[in-house]
Every structure is written in structure tokens, then in C-alpha cells.
Write a protein that binds this ligand. Structure first.
Ligand code: GLU
Length: 302
């Protein structure tokens, strides 16, 4: 009796998830300028902190003297970091995380300058001081830790595959031999393919949206990057694209910071640890509108 109730409940939950996915796909409207989360619950508003003092943070000193925060982001990743071509507005999970941090430092939305920076240029933009911090599907890796610091992780996903809807030959990463796979220069997924999938050809662009165009035109067989990113593209064009297989790496997203700014890293890690309700609201209003449930990961102080 009990188990059949549970089964029913499970089925109902699955249906809800599918319905939510279909709804959010409709919300995308297939237009490239509309994020898939259009129509989801509104993003939370953040309390702008007053009289913040953060001693020993060169980044915070720079923000204070500029009177604004410069944040590196992605602009072509629907659901995560997306710029509406018509309005110039940025939306998505990463954008909300970025605004939440800015508010906690005392800076409202109108004091933020978003700077789109592709995967390959992140470390240099942070090291040169072109931006104060970076929030854009940026995996924490030991190699990158030599050049920048990371707060977080604030999200966990894994490498996945996007193919054309009518593709029947690629069902998982086991089917990539002899195929041409596209990813962004300087990303962890392109490095993984080059190192561990020797029989796979690769094509690189600066951004994943260029890879999606190459996939649609038949220039490549698949796009590979984090599944969270690929789901955003698939939900915008559900009749043309699909995500296949299961995530085959672990990608932990961190906030990229200037190396050595321990004061800012500690501050953001504390915000993530103390702000679990805000994190959930951000998730529910962005990536969570597809019905996928994930937990906030614990921060890793290193
Ligand atoms: N998370 C991966 C990375 O940081 C892929 C996504 C991206 O390129 O932003 O390399």
C-alpha cells in the first residue's frame, strides 16, 4: 500500500517536472534573445548592506574608490548568464549570484558593470584587475588555483553532450570515437576531450553559442560542456536539440577572485554558508524552473 502511494507520488513528481520543463521551453519561445527561465518565479531582491568594512581586501578597496563593481560574466548561456539583445538586461543563476555578492558588499544593481568575458580570458581578466570578481560557470581546478582564487563552490554540475534532435549515433560519451566535438577554448571540457578521448576530433570557439551554431549547421556532431549550460540551449530549441547521456565529470563552480585576496574569499564563503535561503530562492527562480532539484554544495575553504 505504502509503496504504491510512494510510486504514485514519484510519478506525480516526475510529471510535474516534465510539465515544468515543457512550460519553460514554451517560455523560451525559441527566440535567441529570451532566456528559458522567462516566466519563472521572480528573482529575489537583495538587501544592500550599509557601511561594509572589509579590511585587507585590495579588491574591496578598488571597488570603493571606483564606486561600482565590475563583474565578469557570460552573456550567451541561457539560464546561467544571458544578455537580452533587445533590452541589454542580464539574467540567469550566475547573474543573480553576482548581484547577491554585490549587494552584500554594499552595491545595488545600478552600481554593477557586467563584463562578458569568454572562458579562455578569465584568469588574465582577474589577474589584470579588469574585473573585481568573475561569476560564470567557472570550474574550480588545481591548475586555475595557481593563477586565481575561488570562493565557493556555489553549484555542482558535470560535463555533458548536446546533439541534434534527430541524432541516433551519439547516446553518451562512449560514442565519441571518430566524431567531431565542439567546445570553448580554455574550458575544462575541451581539455578533457583532448586528454582522454584520443579518437575524437575537436573544434574550438570562444563561446558555446558559436558551437551550437556549428552543431545546427552540421559542421560538428556534438557540443560538449557542463550539462547545466547544455540544458539551457536545449530548452530554447527543444525541436532542434537534445542533451544525451549522463554527466561524466564533476564541475564545481566557484567565484573567481584575485589571487591572495583571502579577506574577500572568506567574506563570500561566509555569505554562501549563511545565506542558504537566498541561494534556494535564486536557484528556484532561474535553473530550478526546469523542475530539476539540486542542493547547494558546502563551501570548501582551502
Ligand atoms: N565549467 C567549465 C569551465 O570552467 C566549462 C564552462 C565554461 O567554460 O565556462 O571550463
Amino acid at each position: 500500500m505504502k509503496s504504491s502511494t510512494r510510486r504514485k507520488a514519484g510519478f506525480a513528481a516526475a510529471l510535474t517536472a516534465v510539465a515544468a520543463l515543457a512550460l519553460s521551453a514554451c517560455g523560451g519561445g525559441g527566440g535567441s534573445s529570451t532566456a528559458p527561465n522567462a516566466g519563472g518565479s521572480p528573482a529575489p531582491s537583495y538587501t544592500v548592506a550599509q557601511n561594509v568594512s572589509l579590511t585587507g581586501s585590495p579588491t574591496f578597496d578598488a571597488i570603493k574608490s571606483a564606486g561600482k563593481v565590475r563583474i565578469g560574466v557570460k552573456q550567451d548561456q541561457p539560464g546561467l548568464g544571458f544578455k537580452d539583445a533587445a533590452t541589454g538586461e542580464y539574467s540567469g543563476f550566475d547573474i543573480e549570484i553576482a548581484k547577491w555578492i554585490a549587494a552584500s558588499l554594499g552595491y545595488s544593481k545600478d552600481k554593477i558593470e557586467f563584463k562578458p568575458i569568454p572562458s579562455a580570458n578569465r584568469e588574465s581578466a582577474i589577474a589584470n584587475g579588469d574585473i573585481d570578481y568573475y561569476v560564470g560557470t567557472y570550474s574550480i581546478t588545481d591548475k586555475r588555483k595557481k593563477l586565481v582564487d575561488f570562493a565557493g563552490p556555489y553549484f555542482v554540475t558535470g560535463q555533458g553532450l548536446l546533439v541534434k534532435k534527430d541524432n541516433t549515433s551519439i547516446n553518451s560519451e562512449k560514442d565519441l570515437a571518430g566524431k567531431n566535438v565542439c567546445s570553448a577554448t580554455g574550458s575544462t571540457p575541451i581539455q578533457n576531450i583532448k586528454a582522454n578521448f584520443k579518437d575524437t576530433k575537436t573544434t574550438e570557439f570562444d563561446t558555446y553559442s558559436q558551437c551550437v551554431e556549428a552543431l545546427k549547421s552540421g559542421q560538428v556532431d556534438a557540443v560538449t560542456t557542463d550539462q547545466a549550460i547544455l540544458l539551457g540551449y536545449a530548452s530554447q530549441e527543444p525541436d532542434a536539440l537534445k542533451v544525451v547521456g549522463q554527466p561524466f565529470t564533476v564541475e564545481k563552480y566557484g567565484v573567481g577572485l584575485k589571487k591572495g585576496d583571502t579577506a574577500l574569499r572568506t567574506f563570500i564563503n561566509k555569505l554562501f554558508t549563511d545565506g542558504k535561503d537566498t541561494w534556494k530562492k535564486i536557484y528556484d527562480s532561474t535553473l530550478g524552473t526546469t523542475g530539476t532539484k539540486v542542493e547547494q554544495p558546502a563551501v570548501e575553504n582551502y
